[in-house]
Design a protein around this ligand. Sequence first.
Ligand code: ATP
Length: 238
Amino acid sequence: MLRISGLSAGYHGGTVLHDLDLDVPEGSVHAVVGHNGAGKTTLVHTVAGLLRPATGTVEVAGRDVTGRPAHRIARAGVGLVPQGRRVFARLTVAEHIRLAHRPPRAAGGGRPWTPQRVLDLLPRLGERSTHRGTDLSGGEQQMLALARALLGSPRVLLLDEPTEGLAPVLVGQILDLVGTLAGEGLAVLLVSPSPASAAQCADTVTVLTSGRVTARLDGPAVRKDPAELYEAMALTAH
Ligand SMILES: Nc1ncnc2c1ncn2[C@@H]1O[C@H](COP(=O)(O)OP(=O)(O)OP(=O)(O)O)[C@@H](O)[C@H]1O
């Protein structure tokens, strides 16, 4: 569903991502783990069209979207949950949901995400519908950011450090949700500095080091024995 080939990208003529290949099939979670500054957000922003790649291609459902502006890539079926959630401080939960809801594309993409379907998945948001962004807990803000992305009925979901700063119990809930969404057919690309988070929900785990892929591991094998992943990350620690 998402295919990234030979992708290089950076800032001001410098290169951060080097020749990266990565696939995310429909109904699966691909986690990219790496230390701070490894290039995880750069990867997510390049896929989402917020940054133009220097080389390589990004395909969504077989369609080449390389270098397209962010709104076109969103329309092609890519939803972004940005690092730090970025919910609006003064808008209520209900207002966020109303603004984010977009009619689904005519063809493909499965059952559309209506506000009701999102609230069925995230009932906490229904209980908080009159609360403003600033009055939500970190976990609730993360759920709202997720809801906002889902309301565009994406086929590919990009999650930038979705468990950052959350209590362990909430981390588990968010990662369970990620698994549920993959079960609904979404292709999920999750980036995180946490090997534990990656191991919990990923079908495939890629280790990114200074913008290069340095290991690729099978998620279920990592869940059984995370030693190889920890070793891959420790070996590449800088
Ligand atoms: N807007 C920018 N302009 C210039 N350099 C940038 C910009 N954004 C990121 N960088 C640089 O690109 C490199 C990768 O940053 P990026 O944010 O992609 O890493 P990351 O893996 O997401 O890190 P973190 O886990 O800290 O969020 C870093 O060296 C960073 O300083």
